[in-house]
Design a protein around this ligand. Structure first.
Ligand code: GLU
Length: 448
């Protein structure tokens, strides 16, 4: 059997063993095909079953999360935590609270997280969790009761040296606060490093909130510079208006780019004069309202129903920061037709496999999620470091480390792409760079 047939065989096993888990299949498919040249060079990885082992999580927890709403009704949600791989460090990855959450989504995110975390160069393994709970429209008291119920089960499986959750869609500072408070109560011990994304008064890191968005723009800026292009003066479209989108917009604006649109799951706003970020922050971070509120404050801006329409706006740089599969073949074709030069993925797997092919075939510079959005988890690992030494670094110190990390990820991705004969393909470069470190660690540690 040649290497290609071997990889196909493993992929077939993944399909059979995980029926119906389409997002997980998609994430695995993209990665393992790009690893064919690695197995050609390293037959010992084939012999040690590295691929068969890396696509099978170490363990998966699914649990009931009962809670009582403000009207006294009992509600039941489902909780998940998938501990995927701890070859290079404790399991690490966020929690997502969103009605679409299911095992397939948590597994795709957990699998991506293994390679993303490896790319940061920091000692963190891969995991992910969450619930199909919908935080939209819930009161603070309901969010708190839900988080406490969720943690009353999750606490059994996590710990600062075991598994360290953080935020993701629907889980921000407020939720991490409730989760951390309840973990502390259950354990009767102050174990700050068990969760990241904490508030600044109880062990959080400066620049964690900004890290994913800033890191994305640092990566895209490096990628553009690598081709002699400046971000300054470029027109940028961002999707989403959550934590990743907001701080991506902030950094683009700081570097002189012009962001003309952003969105939420209902629709998008277009402001040809440039998005006023203070307004977006107030609507999303303080008022917790929908993005359409923006047009009542800025008369020149337009609101359109339907979030996918955001990709019809002509731009030089597209930053998908909303959710998985938000750019399919059709949206990618429109972006290319409108002359997009670069795409940087702030969300996890926002482009379908067909969309990625369209970008690559049309020579669009493409920054894949696991490289470009690794800044968030990288600063989470820096938060763990600060908790371990019971100290906190200044904003500038953390931000400078983040910049270096993103530059390194870019350079490693470029180097691996070139070394394996796929120059300028950062998808393959990032997959290989992330995989090599994990594979080496797994190889050294024996069959476990
Ligand atoms: N949810 C983020 C991600 O997708 C951050 C995870 C973390 O900080 O652990 O990488």
């Amino acid at each position: 059997m040649n290497t290609k047939e071997y990889v196909e065989k493993v992929y077939e096993q993944v399909l059979q063993r995980n029926p119906g888990e389409v997002e997980f299949h998609q994430a695995v498919k993209e990665v393992i095909h790009s690893l064919i040249p690695v197995f050609e060079k390293h037959p010992e990885y084939v012999q040690q079953g590295i691929l068969e082992r890396i696509v099978e999580p170490d363990r998966q927890f699914i649990f009931r999360v009962p809670w009582v709403d403000d009207n006294g009704n009992v509600r039941v949600n489902r909780g998940f935590r998938v501990q995927f791989n701890n070859a290079i460090g404790p399991y690490k990855g966020g929690l997502r609270f969103h009605p679409t959450v299911n095992l397939s989504i948590i597994k795709f995110l957990g699998f991506e997280q293994i390679l993303k975390n490896s790319l940061t160069g920091l000692p963190i393994g891969g995991g992910k969790g969450g619930s199909d709970f919908d935080p939209k429209g819930k009161s603070d008291a309901e969010i708190m009761r839900f988080c406490q119920s969720f943690m009353s089960e999750l606490y059994k499986y996590i710990g600062q040296d075991i598994d360290v959750p953080a935020g993701d869609i629907g889980v921000g500072g407020r939720e991490i606060g409730y989760l951390y408070g309840y973990y502390k109560k259950l354990r009767s011990s102050y174990e700050a490093g068990v969760l990241t994304g904490k508030g600044l008064t109880y062990g959080g890191s400066l620049a964690r909130k900004e890290a994913t968005g800033y890191g994305l723009v640092y990566f895209v800026d490096e990628m553009l510079k690598g081709k002699g292009i400046k971000l300054e003066g470029k027109t940028v479209v961002v999707s989403g208006s959550g934590n990743v989108a907001i701080y991506a917009i902030e950094k683009v604006q700081e570097l002189g780019g012009k962001v003309v649109a952003c969105s939420d799951s209902n629709g998008y706003i277009y402001d040809k004069d440039g998005i006023k970020l203070e307004t977006v922050k107030r609507i999303k971070e303080v008022e917790r309202k929908r993005i359409k509120e923006y047009v009542s404050k800025h008369e020149n801006a337009e609101y359109h129903e339907g979030c996918r329409g955001v990709w019809t706006i002509p731009c030089d740089v597209a930053l998908p920061c909303a959710t998985q599969n938000e750019i399919s073949k059709e949206e990618a074709e429109v972006l290319v037709k409108n002359g997009v030069k670069a795409v940087g993925e702030g969300a996890n797997m926002p482009s379908t496999l067909e969309a990625v092919d369209i970008f690559l075939n049309n020579k669009v510079l493409f920054a894949p999620a696991k490289a470009a959005n690794a800044g968030g988890v990288a600063v989470s690992a820096l938060e763990m470091s600060q908790n371990s030494i019971r100290y906190s670094w200044s904003f500038e110190e953390v931000d400078n480390k983040l910049k270096d990390i993103m530059k390194n990820i870019y350079q490693n991705s470029v180097r691996c792409a070139k070394a394996y004969g796929y120059e300028d393909n950062y998808v393959i470069g990032a997959n290989i760079a992330g995989f090599l470190k994990v594979a080496d660690a797994m190889y050294s540690q024996g069959i476990i």
